[in-house]
Design a binder for this molecule. Structure first.
Ligand code: ARG
Ligand code: GLU
Length: 689
C-alpha cells in the first residue's frame, strides 16, 4: 500500500515536471513562469528575457522573412537562421557557374556579401496588452460584425499611433485566445539583409526528405546573413553605403556543450497551433483530414518518384516540389498517429463531459454542443475544400495557365514565369497526377459537393483519362513557344483554352458554392470558441494558459532529453559526426556528403563532433531558425525541426514524446571553419565558457 502511494507520488511529481515543458509563453508575461523556469535551472530574470526599459534577449531575436526566426550573434549585425529558411535566397544567387546550393557560399569579406531583394527581418520593439483599447465602444449584444468594426477601427488608431515615429516601424494587433485578449506588437523592420554564408546542401540539407522530421538526425541546417542599416543605425533600403547594424543585444555563444537534463529554452516565432479546440475538431483532423490528405499526397509522391528515379534531369526538376509535398505529408502521418496514441479524442470528450457538468446554469452552458453543431455543418464542406486544394489546385498546367492569364490581363511581363515553369516541368508527371487527382476527387467528394461542370465533363468524356488526353492534347500552355507568343489580343483564345476553362469552372464553383459556407462557419466558430476558451479558463482557474501560436514571439522552455519512440527503443539526445559517416553513401543523393568532409573525418579526432540534439521545448513551424539557449541565455543551438512521432504537439503535447530538433552550435562553428574556411567570422562573435 505504502509502496503504491510512494510510486503514485513519484509518478505525479514526474508527470508534473514533465507536463510543465508544454507551452509557448508570451515574453512580456514571462514573469508568470519565471519561478518554474528558475526551479528548472534557468539563471536569469524575467527582465533579462523581455524588457522595454533596457536591452534584453528579445532584442537579439527576429522574425526572418515571412515565416522563420533568426538571431543576432554579433555587434555587427551577424545573423543565424536555418539553411531551409535561407534556401530560396541562396537559390536565387545560384547559377550553373556559381551553384551555391550545391557548393555552398562563403563571403570572405563584407564586400562579398550578397543583397537579397524582398528579404526583411523584424525586431520586436515592444508588445502590450491592448484588450481594453481594442474593445472600447463594444457593448454586449452587438453582432459579431459590429464587434469586428469596433475592433478594426480601434486597431487602426492604435497601430497608427504606435508607428508615428517612423524609421521602419510597423505595428499590428493580434487576437489571442480567440479574441479574449488583444496584443499590440510594434516591430522595426530592416530591409537590407545580405547573405554571408551557407554550407553545401549536402551538409545544410543532409538527409533530405528521408531524414526530415526524423531522429537520429545529422543535418547542418544553418545559413548566415548580416543586417545592414543606414549611417544612423536605422532601417534603410539596400544601398552600398549602408553599414552593419548594431543591435541592442546579441547572443553570446556557448561551446560548453549539451547534456541530457540541461535546461534549454527556445525564443522564436511559432506559427500556428490549436491546443484548445473541442474533440470534434481533433476527430476531423486525425480521422478525416490527415488520412485523406496523406493518401492524396502518397499518390502524387509515388508518381513523382517513379519518374525521378528514371532520370537525373527529372530528379533535379522535381526535388524541390517533391520536398514541399513530402514535408506536410510526413508531418500529418506523425500527427495522426500521435493523436490516436494519446487517445486525444476520448480525452477531450471526457474533459467536455466534466466541463458540461460544471457549466450548468452558467453562461457557458450549451457551448460545447453549439460548437459540435457548427463542426457538423462545417466539416463536410471543409473537406470538399481540402480536396479541391490537394487535387485540382495541385495540377501544374492549370496553375501555370491561370498565372499567365492574370499577367496577360494586367499587362505585366510573363518571361520569368514561362522560364521558371518550363525549367522544372515534366509533362508525364503532371498528366499522371491529373488522372490520379481527378479520379480521387470523383471517388471521394460527395455528389452534392461536386461542381456541375465536373460531372458533365466526366460524363461526356466517359473517363478522367479521356478528359486528360483531350485537355493535354489541345491546351496551348504545354507549348513554350505558343505561350511566349501570346499577346493581350489573344485573350479570347486563352479564355477558351481547356486548361483555363477547367481552372475557372472550379474557381467559380469554389467561390459560389463552397467559400460562403466556410466563411459563415469560420465566423461562427470564432465566436463560439471565444466563449468556450473563456469557459475553459474559468473552469481550470489554477492553470496558466498560453495562447495558441500565431507567429508572435514566444518562449518555450524545457530540457535536453531523449525519448522512447516505441517499445524497447530509446533514442539518445545527441548525434555526432560519426553518424554522418555511418549514413554517408555516394549513391544515395540525400546521404552523399562532400569529399572534404570525408577527408576531414579520415584525419581522425572528429568522431565525437556533436551535430544535432533533442529537447522538450514546445515548438512548431515558424520556430525554424530560433535560437536555442542555455540556462544563462547563451546560444547553444538553432532549432530546425521536431520528431515526427511528436508532431501532434500542435494539438496535444505529450511530454514523453514531443521533442524539438536543434543544430548544435558547435557543428556550425566546425563547418564554418573546416568547410567554409570563414573562421574570420568568429572574430566578431563572443564566446563564453
Ligand atoms: N520539417 C522541417 C520544417 O517543417 C524542415 C523542412 C525542410 N527540409 C526538408 N528536408 N524538406 O520546415
Ligand atoms: N521546420 C519547421 C519550420 O520551418 C519547424 C519544424 C516544426 O516544428 O514544425 O519552421
Amino acid at each position: 500500500m505504502k509502496k503504491t502511494v510512494l510510486f503514485l507520488g513519484a509518478l505525479i511529481a514526474f508527470s508534473l515536471t514533465a507536463m510543465a515543458d508544454e507551452g509557448m509563453w508570451l515574453p512580456s508575461l514571462i514573469s508568470q513562469r519565471i519561478g518554474d523556469m528558475q526551479a528548472k535551472g534557468f539563471r536569469l530574470t524575467a527582465e533579462d528575457i523581455y524588457s522595454v526599459n533596457q536591452a534584453s534577449l528579445k532584442d537579439a531575436v527576429v522574425l526572418f522573412g515571412g515565416g522563420c526566426t533568426g538571431e543576432l550573434v554579433s555587434d555587427e549585425g551577424l545573423l543565424l537562421t536555418n539553411h531551409h529558411c535561407g534556401y530560396s535566397y541562396i537559390q536565387r544567387h545560384s547559377s550553373v557557374e556559381h551553384d551555391y546550393l550545391k557548393d555552398g557560399f562563403w563571403a570572405m569579406n563584407r564586400s562579398q556579401e550578397l543583397p537579397n531583394r524582398g528579404l526583411s527581418v523584424s525586431f520586436l520593439e515592444r508588445m502590450e496588452d491592448v484588450t481594453d483599447q481594442v474593445l472600447q465602444g463594444y457593448r454586449t449584444g452587438m453582432t459579431e460584425s459590429q464587434r469586428d468594426s469596433v475592433v478594426r477601427a480601434n486597431t487602426r488608431k492604435l497601430t497608427a499611433a504606435a508607428i508615428k515615429d517612423g524609421k521602419g516601424l510597423t505595428a499590428n494587433v493580434e487576437a489571442l485566445f480567440y479574441g479574449n485578449q488583444y496584443f499590440l506588437f510594434v516591430f522595426r523592420v530592416f530591409r537590407d539583409v545580405r547573405l554571408v554564408g551557407a554550407p553545401p546542401s549536402s551538409i545544410g540539407k543532409f538527409g533530405g526528405d528521408t531524414d526530415n522530421w526524423m531522429w537520429p538526425r545529422h543535418t547542418g541546417d544553418f545559413s548566415i546573413f548580416r543586417v545592414y542599416a543606414d549611417k544612423d543605425n536605422n532601417p534603410a533600403d539596400y544601398s552600398p553605403d549602408n553599414v552593419p547594424y548594431h543591435p541592442k543585444k546579441f547572443f553570446k555563444v556557448s561551446r560548453a556543450g549539451v547534456h541530457e537534463g540541461d535546461f534549454t529554452f527556445v525564443y522564436g516565432c511559432p506559427g500556428s497551433t490549436q491546443e484548445y479546440v473541442m474533440s470534434e475538431q481533433v476527430k476531423y483532423v486525425s480521422e478525416v483530414s490527415d488520412p485523406q490528405k496523406i493518401a492524396l499526397r502518397t499518390q502524387r509522391l509515388d508518381i513523382q518518384k517513379k519518374y525521378m528515379s528514371q532520370s537525373q534531369a527529372v530528379r533535379i526538376q522535381y526535388s524541390s516540389k517533391n520536398a514541399s509535398v513530402s514535408n506536410a505529408w510526413k508531418k500529418w502521418q506523425g500527427e495522426e498517429k500521435g493523436i490516436k496514441k494519446n487517445h486525444t479524442v476520448a480525452e477531450k470528450q471526457a474533459y467536455e463531459k466534466r466541463f458540461r457538468a460544471w457549466a450548468k446554469d452558467t453562461r457557458y452552458e450549451g457551448i460545447v454542443d453549439q460548437l459540435g453543431g457548427i463542426y457538423a455543418r462545417r466539416n463536410p464542406v471543409y473537406l470538399a475544400y481540402e480536396y479541391y486544394n490537394e487535387t485540382v489546385r495541385t495540377i501544374e498546367i492549370l496553375n501555370f495557365a491561370s498565372g499567365i492569364q492574370t499577367r496577360l490581363r494586367s499587362g505585366s511581363s510573363r518571361d520569368d514565369l514561362v522560364e521558371s515553369f518550363f525549367k522544372d516541368y515534366y509533362q508525364p508527371i503532371d498528366e499522371e497526377c491529373f488522372v490520379a487527382m481527378l479520379t480521387s476527387f470523383d471517388k471521394y467528394v460527395p455528389e452534392n459537393f461536386k461542381p456541375a461542370y465536373f460531372k458533365e465533363k466526366l460524363e461526356s468524356y466517359g473517363s478522367v483519362k479521356a478528359w486528360k488526353d483531350d485537355l493535354y492534347g489541345k491546351t496551348l500552355f504545354t507549348d513554350r513557344a505558343k505561350v511566349a507568343a501570346l499577346t493581350a489580343d489573344d485573350m479570347e483564345k486563352v479564355l477558351t483554352d481547356p486548361a483555363i476553362e477547367l481552372y475557372s469552372a472550379f474557381a467559380q464553383w469554389y467561390s459560389e458554392e463552397i467559400a460562403p459556407d466556410i466563411r459563415e462557419t469560420t465566423e461562427a466558430l470564432r465566436v463560439a470558441n471565444r466563449t468556450y476558451m473563456q469557459g475553459q479558463m474559468e473552469f481550470e482557474k489554477d492553470k496558466t494558459f498560453y495562447p495558441d501560436a500565431n507567429l508572435t514571439l514566444r518562449v518555450a522552455y524545457g530540457q535536453v532529453a531523449g525519448y522512447a519512440p516505441y517499445d524497447a527503443a530509446y533514442y539518445y539526445p545527441v548525434s555526432t559526426l560519426k553518424g554522418i559517416i555511418e549514413k554517408d553513401n555516394p549513391d544515395i543523393f540525400d546521404y552523399n556528403i562532400p569529399q572534404v568532409l570525408r577527408d576531414i573525418y579520415a584525419e581522425g579526432g572528429h568522431e565525437d563532433q556533436p551535430v544535432c540534439f533533442l529537447a522538450t521545448n514546445h515548438t512548431t513551424g515558424g520556430n525554424s531558425g530560433s535560437p536555442v539557449l542555455n540556462a544563462d541565455g547563451n546560444l547553444i543551438g538553432i532549432n530546425f525541426d521536431r520528431v515526427w512521432e511528436g508532431t501532434m504537439s500542435d494539438i496535444v503535447y505529450d511530454p514523453e514524446i514531443c521533442r524539438n530538433i536543434s543544430l548544435d552550435i558547435r557543428y556550425l562553428l566546425f563547418v564554418v571553419e573546416q568547410i567554409g574556411h570563414a573562421s574570420y567570422l568568429f572574430d566578431e562573435m563572443v564566446f563564453v565558457d
